[in-house]
Design a protein around this ligand. Structure first.
Ligand code: NAP
Length: 310
């Protein structure tokens, strides 16, 4: 991507979109276009076509989506399936119409079967049943992957699809009803410390294992893939190691400086027992993450204190 290339980042206010914009600016890119939901609702096909005929982007980072944790997915299945299908269909078609040079679609590790062999290789896609609590979102993402492959096959549209693991970092959602586990625990431990609560309650048994990648590492990987990857095959993006939810809670407690006890609420769902991505394909391409989990949680907590608390 040369520094003056026309780049459109969909979802620029989100965790991933804002990290991509930070990374592109740090690389000296000076022609980055973004639109807020208020300016262009990406569910509106005519508005999306209008936007693309104006921008004619050379590169598109598709980081807009309806995203949420287990509770939100379970409560709003129609929106998670419907809105994600609308957004991605509109943007892929609009980018194709204006001959976008390269398109990067973002899926998620929840596209893989619930009981996929660990670590999860890209070729385990569609080889078994999905995790029921987020199958609606997963089906939409699988449709997006297939749409990119179909547009490449029929029109030679250069779309690639990256499958990131669980992400965290500045700009994350800290709402306890709709957030992912890491920001939810950061907020719970901070509140417990400030209010001198004797214990923090963590959902589930604490046994599930999860992999976490900092959003800035993801943005670095996505810019790398935009320059070095041209295959229709999906590619995993992760760190290649995981921790139990209990270990994550311990680490967050020590970063926040909480000294009370941690209690596990076994009445709440655990979700998938383990979800560790096989990242050997990306490693062989020459990319490696730079931000350790502890350092990433520390900087995210600092952002939380400076941004959310202020
Ligand atoms: N978060 C994770 O752990 C994770 C893991 C793997 C993959 N991913 C993938 O990464 C991508 C981005 O996720 P994220 O975590 O950055 O989500 P996010 O923080 O919720 O950001 C999503 C962005 O999309 C925008 N958006 C949603 N619907 C829209 C609409 N109808 N019109 C215009 N804008 C709309 C939102 O706008 P508003 O700011 O106005 O709401 C928001 O800025 C998704 O494709 C997701 O599948 C995320």
């Amino acid at each position: 991507m040369n520094q003056h290339a026309r780049i459109y980042v969909a979802g620029h206010r989100g965790l991933v979109g804002s990290a991509i914009c930070r990374k592109l600016r740090s690389l000296g890119h000076d022609n980055i276009s973004t639109r807020s939901r208020g300016e262009v609702d990406l569910r509106d096909q005519a508005a999306v076509n209008q936007l693309f005929s104006e921008l004619k982007p050379d590169y598109v980072f598709m980081a807009a989506a309806k995203v949420g944790g287990i509770l939100a997915n379970d409560k709003y299945p129609a929106e998670f399936l419907g809105e994600n299908l609308q957004i991605q269909t509109n943007i892929i078609e609009a980018a194709h119409r204006v001959d976008t040079k390269k398109f990067l679609f973002l899926g998620s590790s929840c596209i893989y079967p619930k009981f996929a062999e660990q670590p999860i290789r890209e070729d385990s896609l569609l080889t078994g049943a999905l995790e029921p609590t987020n199958e609606w979102y997963a089906i939409a993402k699988i449709a997006g992957i297939k749409m990119c492959q179909a547009y490449r096959k029929q029109f030679g549209f250069n779309a690639i699809s990256a499958m990131p693991t669980n992400l965290y970092g500045p700009g994350d959602n800290f709402d306890l009803h709709s957030s992912h586990v890491l920001p939810a625990l950061l907020r719970k431990f901070h509140t417990a410390k400030v209010e001198e609560q004797s214990e923090v309650v963590v959902w589930g048994s604490g046994k599930p294992r999860r992999e976490f990648l900092h959003a800035d590492d993801l943005a670095d990987a996505l810019c790398f893939l935009m320059d070095h990857y041209d295959s229709p095959e999906i590619i995993n993006v992760g760190v290649g190691s995981d921790v139990t939810i209990a270990q994550l809670a311990e680490l967050i407690g020590s970063v926040v400086g909480y000294s009370g006890s941690i209690v596990f609420d076994q009445t709440k769902p655990d979700g998938t027992p383990r979800k560790l991505l096989d990242v050997s394909k990306l490693t062989q391409l020459g990319w490696k993450p730079k931000i350790s989990l502890e350092a990433g949680i520390r900087s995210t907590y600092q952002w939380y204190l400076e941004t959310v608390k202020s």
